[in-house]
Design a protein. Structure first.
Length: 670
């Protein structure tokens, strides 16, 4: 007898399994993937699994230390991954033979390893690691034993001044930066020797290796500290380690790979700064010629869906089929993310390989043989499916890791709502929980606004939305102009106009929901959002009293201070508002919700992380102080040890507390 379904609770983040990084074995039908769960002691734990036909998935790693970035060896006999050893908090490279045995640690670097990739043989790896002032070309021991002990806890009790000379001295992800740089090195496993391939002074990322010419592609920002760049360089792995500098190409590069004597790039020309669509480019190795292969394709290449049940980033991954001259990658369009195939000869139109209202967030392909895709939907956190390469979009389920949880819960689908804004621009959105009850009484509704702003809501599992609907609310969400998943003109339209037509879009969408769904109680409307969504929440309650309660999360309220305190303030402010504190402080103030504080009458919950360096907590402090000084109904919740990613990957107990605060606030006001 089927168990009666229960509603989604804040604690369900502990029940969901996050499936990612599928890897197909080229010589068998074996599938490898990683699975992340939350442990009883509030840790995220990721382990590697093997799936074989007609068998339950087998865990290949175990223990309290999780793994990340699994990579299959060229001969298919081993897999590498990064994990923290039992004796250290610095992540290192481990290699595990697939025929049996535990993973063997092959590095012991003082600041750990950030990334690792196989070369074309089983004896060499390219690793990216944080190193001190190290000479390019220097040889060093990758496993020096006691000579380079883990110094992560060194001088923990010693207080020393922190000296700042660069603008980019902190980041939301890493906190205050140290004196190290990310450098790329080649590790020979048989000797344990590691050769440094990049110069000190900038962070570098490995991109690809070309065996025939013995060269690698790397990306780096070697510009001034106020510049935001990701330039391409090619390094010859001869004795001289000579470089070809492609920084003059004008491209901001996310991914690079060798193809048919040329270089394939996922990049853009920064025409619209942070709002620019990524395109696929082909460039001569000389750097003198480049071609935009997707110039006529007006959709953003990459996964732009925003959700709270994804860990890691796969948005820039691509796979090349050299025999068929095809490139496979993800594309975001109108609330979905699909797998596409692009003809590298430029003869055929881009081919969509998947179809449906879903979120393809990971994939792997053995060219000419088989493919798998990891898919999430509003009612499924994510599973891996096989995909036909014939182009008919047919998929078949492989894993069912979340099936039991899904069957035990009452989950809600997303119903599409399209409407026109005040200038007749079409806005796509969705509603959840409308018509879900036989009770004919009116229900309160909450407008959710995503961050970015250059991201998008879509057909993906979103725990927070399911939770709010389970609490008895109808949830409204849309993609106002500035969102990805639409034309380049649409995503660029918000720049220089924060609080302008994006506000009109959100109000028009709210009006459309109220008109089409009479079960919504127009007297009990709430609004909430984080980051840019928090900015818009602040702007909305300073512009209208139609919402009876609001919750602003990790928000921006004052651009004039944001410019100097955010880890991205010195460039993001100009990119999005159009000016800096030095060039036009009046314009920054004109677009700051704090300017509207005298008109804010809506009861407001403010939640912010103490360690948020993206939208620092002083933004919340200013807003709270101004509202309480006026005697307004405002509650300020400060989350300890939480940065800008609290809602997605923050401490689990704080994620639960955040949702409880959110629901308690709206329950008390609506």
């Amino acid at each position: 007898m089927k168990q009666e379904a229960s509603t989604v609770q804040e604690s369900d983040i502990r029940q969901v399994r996050i499936i990612a990084d599928p890897i197909l074995h080229p010589d068998s039908q074996d599938l490898y993937f990683i699975e992340t769960t939350i442990t009883g002691d509030n840790q995220y734990l990721t382990h590697l699994y093997l799936h074989q036909k007609h068998a339950e998935p087998l865990a290949l790693t175990s223990g309290p230390r999780g793994i990340r970035q699994p990579r299959l060896s060229p001969d298919g006999q081993a897999i590498l991954y990064i994990r923290k050893p039992e004796s250290s908090d610095q992540p290192q490279v481990f290699i595990q033979q697939l025929l049996g045995g535990e993973g063997v640690q092959v590095t012991q670097l003082p600041k750990g390893v950030q990334a690792a990739e196989w070369a074309s043989d089983k004896d060499h790896l390219f690793i990216t690691a944080k190193l001190n002032d190290t000479e390019k070309g220097e040889m060093m021991d990758a496993f020096p034993g006691d000579s380079r002990k883990d110094d992560s806890k060194k001088n923990e009790s010693s207080k020393q001044p922190y000296i700042v000379t660069r603008l980019d001295y902190k980041s939301d992800a890493a906190g205050f930066k140290d004196e190290t740089c990310s450098m790329v090195a080649k590790l020979t496993l048989s000797t344990g020797q590691m050769q440094i391939l990049t110069p000190f002074g900038a962070d570098h990322q490995f991109q690809d290796y070309h065996q025939e010419s013995n060269c690698i592609l790397i990306t780096a920002n070697r510009g001034e500290d106020w510049e935001v760049r990701s330039d391409l360089y090619e390094v010859s792995l001869d004795e001289s380690l000579s470089e070809t500098d492609h920084s003059g190409s004008g491209l901001t590069v996310q991914r690079a790979a060798y193809y048919d004597g040329n270089i394939l790039l996922l990049a853009h020309e920064k025409t619209y700064l942070g709002a620019t669509h990524n395109d696929l480019w082909m460039m001569r190795r000389s750097g003198k010629e480049k071609q935009n292969l997707t110039a006529a394709f007006d959709w953003p290449v990459g996964d732009q869906i925003i959700a709270d049940s994804r860990y890691g980033d796969s948005s820039s991954r691509f796979v090349i089929d050299h025999n068929e001259s095809k490139l496979y990658t993800l594309v975001s369009l109108e609330g979905t993310t699909q797998l596409y195939a692009f003809d590298l000869r430029g003869k055929d139109e881009p081919q969509v390989m998947t179809s449906g209202r879903h979120h393809v967030y990971n994939f792997d392909i053995i060219p000419g043989k088989e493919a798998v895709v990891a898919i999430s939907t509003p009612v499924c956190p994510g599973e891996i499916h096989s995909l036909s390469l014939s182009g008919n979009g047919e998929t078949a389920s492989i894993t069912n890791r979340n099936e039991n949880w899904v069957n035990q819960k009452t989950l809600f689908t997303m119903e599409e709502v399209r409407t026109r804004s005040s200038d007749q621009t079409e806005i796509q959105g969705w509603i959840m929980g409308a018509g879900a009850s036989e009770d004919l009484s009116k229900k309160p509704a909450i407008l959710e606004i995503h961050g970015g702003p250059h991201a998008m809501y879509g057909y993906s599992f979103f725990h927070e939305l399911q939770y709010l609907v389970s609490q008895g609310y109808i949830v409204m969400l849309c993609n106002p102009r500035g969102s990805h998943g639409y034309s380049q003109a649409f995503v660029n339209a918000v720049r220089g106009d924060y609080g302008g037509m994006d506000y009109e879009d959100l109000m028009a969408f709210t009006d459309a929901c109220l008109e089409r769904y009479p079960e919504i109680d127009q007297e009990r409307l709430g609004v909430t959002g984080g980051s840019y969504g928090g900015f818009m929440t602040n702007w909305i309650i300073g512009s209208t009293d139609r919402f009876k309660a609001a919750a602003t999360l990790r928000s921006i309220c004052n651009w004039t201070s944001f410019f100097g305190v955010s880890d991205i303030g010195y460039f993001f402010t100009e990119w999005e508002v159009g000016e800096t504190l030095l060039s036009n402080p009046e314009r920054l103030w004109q677009h700051s919700p704090l300017r509207l504080v005298a008109d804010m009458n809506t009861p407001l919950l403010i939640m912010h992380g103490e360690k948020d360096y993206r939208c620092p907590i002083e933004q919340a402090e200013q807003l709270f102080t101004a509202l309480r000084f006026r005697g307004q109904d405002v509650r300020f919740v400060r989350m300890p040890d939480a940065n800008h990613e609290l809602s997605r990957s923050g401490p689990p107990e704080l994620r639960e507390a955040r949702l409880k605060e959110l629901s308690d606030w709206f329950n008390s006001k609506l």
